[in-house]
Design a protein around this ligand. Structure first.
Ligand SMILES: Cc1ncc(COP(=O)(O)O)c(C=O)c1O
Length: 489
């Protein structure tokens, strides 16, 4: 069945667009949405007449914009299907979603190569201890080579280490409640499949982690956003949304939320948990960033301590390395069977060596994380200082942990900025990538996952890109030249 984006939805995805002239701004906006994958290829665009009504622009504006999109290969007219979005040849990057265009695929991933700074992923390179843990993992491997290597719930040693981690955080946990998965994203996907049916409502924070939006939607969820304010003062708003929407599931990131960095305190957790109890909603709580407090602060109790029906999702990726592809679920007993059944329909477990390495890293407790946190703090502070100097009209609340700065721009030009930034060798995900229901072009996420010197350099380049964006907010040819990256983590 052909997908369709209705006129009102397209208008909301487009947000503000350049009006000088309006047809070029409109075409640029649609190109950017297709490049970002927010209007997927193969989607039927609204008729010219419907779009005229939704946007309040003239018929000529829409007709000229569609013609420009056809000329640049972003639109094709198909018999019986009207105007269908497509990526021009060579823009699809379907082969490997991890590749950002312009980055050498053979180069060291995650750091960019040459002069390119890749800030599309909030994921740092591993500390040296990861290599050492791999060495020890290889030494421990022979003890496991007598069996099949299939552990659909996870290896005992890792489940034990994860359970001990929860106990240290104040939430007694039986290793039997833990299911090892191939990263937090896989955990959210698995959980979503087991909880959601077609059309079930899901409340997420807005902004939120883009791949979670995608996986919740693909599991059939109707994803609705509730505003996150970057000072965290939005608990009432979230409670109201939950009461109004009565969702089946709420996907929440209470620990250094990606992208805003907000940390919910125990009072906020308790308030949300009480509302969830009333609305009969199950929380999927993504704890990917929980091990990254950067100010030595005491952390609140895990969300599941307030809401026992919660499915908690954890990961080794952010504190240690995404390349391990190891994460876990902590489930209430009542949900174990359903999730395990779904798991067997999806995959049969995580790799043995990586589970051994992860267990080794977790067993060291917080000991290994001191240097990691120190490095991130220095990178964050360098980025903040560079923003204050070079981009003084950008505003943000400095986060106390996690990996991201969520910057508010003085104009809704995030998507245009990311196109310009790419020309200066900085790869970024624009604000709308984090929007469950469109908008957020006034924000840009800046992960502080590089060294302080690279962060400073990146912000300086961004300042140049921002000045150019303000001077020419609709870089007509620019959008055509440079697609947005396709992986945002
Ligand atoms: C909130 C959140 N959840 C999940 C993930 C994916 O993590 P993993 O590598 O464990 O799949 C990320 C990575 O950026 C994230 O920020």
């Amino acid at each position: 069945m052909a997908r369709t984006v209705h006129a009102a939805r397209l208008a909301s995805l487009l947000g503000d667009f350049g009006r000088d002239p309006a047809y070029a701004g409109l075409a640029d906006g649609v190109r950017a949405l297709v490049d970002e994958g927010r209007v997927p290829t193969g989607t039927r665009l609204p008729s010219e007449r419907d779009l005229v009504a939704a946007l309040g622009v003239s018929r000529t504006t829409v007709a000229r914009a569609y013609a420009a999109l056809r000329d640049s290969g972003y639109l094709v007219s198909r018999q019986g299907s009207g105007s269908v979005a497509q990526l021009p040849p060579g823009r699809g990057h379907r082969g490997d979603h991890l590749l950002s265009p312009g980055v050498d695929p053979d180069g060291p991933e995650g750091t960019g190569t040459g002069d390119v700074v890749d800030l599309t992923c909030a994921a740092p390179a591993p500390p040296p201890e990861v290599h050492e843990a791999y060495r020890r993992g290889v030494e421990a491997l022979p003890a496991h080579l007598g069996g099949t290597g299939y552990y659909p719930s996870g290896m005992a040693v890792l489940r034990q280490a994860v359970a001990e981690g929860y106990a240290r955080r104040g939430l007694p946990t039986d290793p039997g409640q833990v299911v090892v998965v191939a990263g937090a994203q896989a955990g959210v996907a698995l959980t979503a499949r087991s909880l959601l049916g077609p059309g079930d409502r899901v409340v997420v924070e807005s902004p939120t982690y883009p791949n979670a939006i995608a996986t919740l939607a693909r599991a059939g969820g109707r994803v609705l956003g509730s505003d996150v304010l970057d000072d965290g003062s939005d608990t009432d708003g979230l409670a109201t949304t939950l009461r109004q929407v009565l969702p089946r599931v709420a996907y929440l990131i209470p620990d250094f939320h990606n992208p805003t960095g907000v940390l919910r305190d125990d009072a906020a957790r308790e308030r949300v948990a009480a509302t969830l109890r009333r609305t009969g909603t199950t929380a999927i709580v993504d704890e990917s960033m929980v091990a990254l407090p950067l100010e030595g602060q005491a952390m609140p109790l895990p969300f599941a301590a307030h809401a026992p029906d919660t499915i908690s999702v954890g990961s080794i990726s952010k504190p240690y390395w995404g390349g391990l592809r190891v994460g876990w679920l902590r489930l209430p007993e009542s949900r174990l069977a359903g999730v395990l059944a779904e798991r067997l329909a999806l995959d049969l477990g995580a790799p043995v060596l990586e589970q051994l390495v992860s267990a080794d890293l977790l067993a060291a407790g917080d000991g290994l994380l001191g240097a990691r946190r120190e490095g991130l703090r220095a990178a964050r502070d360098a980025a903040l200082a560079a923003i204050a100097t070079h981009l003084p009209d950008w505003t943000l609340t400095p986060p106390g942990g996690g990996l991201c700065l969520w910057c508010r721009l003085p104009a809704p030009l995030s998507t245009a900025l990311t196109v310009r930034a790419r020309e200066h060798g900085v790869l970024l995900a624009p604000g709308p990538a984090f929007a469950p229901e469109g908008g957020l072009d006034r924000y840009v996420r800046l992960p502080f996952t590089q060294t302080p010197a690279v962060m400073t350099d990146a912000v300086e380049r961004l300042a140049t890109a921002w000045a150019e964006t303000l001077a020419d907010p609709a870089p007509g040819a620019g959008v055509g030249r440079a697609p947005s990256p396709v992986l945002v983590a």
